[in-house]
Ligand binder design. Structure first.
Ligand code: ZN
Length: 129
């Protein structure tokens, strides 16, 4: 039996029971804040009221002043990456994002198929910013 090194956080059946804090990122403020559960894919940013995107706990927010890193994060989220573990590190620079996205295109397609409503909300939110 093949060993799977990375298993996406597939939650089968029923709501996700979690007391962990999850980061939500606002690309307008270049800030993230945490909420107790991922009941929504998108929440209003407490600072600007704009949309903030729910990411996994793997996400480590860049410094607010680090515009290049925030651009990279936004590019990843726009391509559907919400910071699951993917068996390779996430790209360090914006330039690497396109190749990274191509390598994981099948995974993203599966995630979009699994969570169409969440992605609809995320895509709509990103089209506003
Ligand atoms: Zn904001």
């Amino acid at each position: 039996m093949a060993q799977e090194l990375t298993t996406p956080p597939a939650q089968k059946g029923g709501p996700v029971q979690s007391n962990y804090l999850h980061p939500y990122a606002c690309f307008r403020c270049r800030k993230s804040f945490k909420r107790g559960s991922r009941e929504a894919a998108v929440l209003p940013c407490p600072e600007c009221g704009g949309p903030s995107i729910g990411l996994t706990r793997k996400f480590k927010p860049p410094k607010q002043t680090d515009e290049k890193q925030w651009e990279k994060v936004e590019a990843l989220v726009r391509r559907g990456f919400l910071f699951w573990s993917l068996g390779e590190p996430y790209p360090d620079t914006l330039r690497e994002v396109a190749d990274f996205a191509e390598r994981h295109a099948n995974f993203i397609a599966q995630e979009r198929a699994r969570q169409p409503e969440a992605y609809r909300q995320i895509d709509a939110a990103l089209s506003l910013t």
